[in-house]
Write a protein that binds this ligand. Structure first.
Ligand code: ATP
Length: 236
């Protein structure tokens, strides 16, 4: 399948600090690609450059063949780039259902209701709690809501920022099972994780980021068996 997202020679700065030092990453249609790396490696910065909320100082971001390097964030959402942010950020006082509806704010028409039903089929707990304020959900449930909300925008690529962060091990497993199910349903996913083993285990391909540079890229399986990766990221 064709390349959907293509990042070439991307650099980004915070003042004089260079957070990204020439990143090359591609994600093909239907692929699940993982980006792993330690705290501060630049993972979030790269995602922010893709969603358009972080200025790029060099290189390019292309989406479906078009250069979007300087396109405003809102227009990227319109193109189908949807992010489920780190730390979940659901709207606590609003009901679960209203949070989901918000994810479809750029769309209109009767199929929104059908998509909402699809989300409830995929996440039955969200159906059960649809009338409750999102803030009353557990951490794992809020994470599911954040993913479902992003999916309500019918994204062409789903950007996931540390979906396992702060979750108990059982919930982490559940989140990763959900991500696999999304991939199997055809969703293109770019997954950013500190939980390197779990991310690489489900990814078609992976990239290892260290202090703003990609130091390794290969299939998920090859990276898991890579001695350097094992030592530095898998604690093996
Ligand atoms: P984390 O897992 O903590 O989110 P990360 O891999 O996503 O880490 P980034 O948050 O992208 O890393 O940070 C990359 C580098 O940029 C780090 O050295 C960080 O200190 C620096 N940085 C991030 N945000 C800012 C900021 N607002 N101002 C200055 N430096 C920043």
């Amino acid at each position: 399948m064709g390349t959907l997202l293509e990042i070439s020679g991307l650099t980004s700065h915070y003042g004089r600090i260079q957070a990204l030092k020439g990143i090359d990453v591609t994600v093909a249609e239907g692929e699940l690609v993982a980006l792993v790396g330690a705290n501060g490696a630049g993972k979030t910065t790269l995602l922010r450059c893709i969603s358009g909320v972080q200025p790029v100082s060099g290189g390019s971001v292309r989406f479906d063949g078009a250069d979007i390097t300087t396109l405003v964030a809102e227009k990227r959402v319109g193109l189908g780039i949807s992010q489920s942010p780190e730390g979940r950020q659901v709207f606590g006082p609003m009901s679960v259902e209203d949070n989901l509806r918000l994810g479809a704010y750029l769309r209109s028409g009767p199929e929104i209701q059908a998509d909402m039903q699809r989300m409830y089929d995929m996440f039955p707990i969200l159906y059960k709690k649809r009338e409750l304020p999102a803030g009353t959900l557990s951490g794992g449930q809020q994470q599911m809501l954040a993913i479902a909300r992003a999916l309500m925008g019918k994204p062409r690529v789903l950007l996931l920022d540390e979906p396992s962060m702060g979750l108990a091990p059982l919930l982490v497993e559940e989140i990763f099972r959900t991500i696999v199910a999304l991939k199997e349903a055809g969703t293109t996913i770019f997954l950013v994780e500190q939980n390197a083993y779990a991310a690489l285990a489900i990814a078609d391909r992976g990239y290892v980021l260290e202090t703003g540079s990609v130091v390794l890229s290969d299939t998920g399986q090859a990276l898991i068996s890579n001695e350097k990766v094992k030592e530095a990221y898998l604690g093996l």
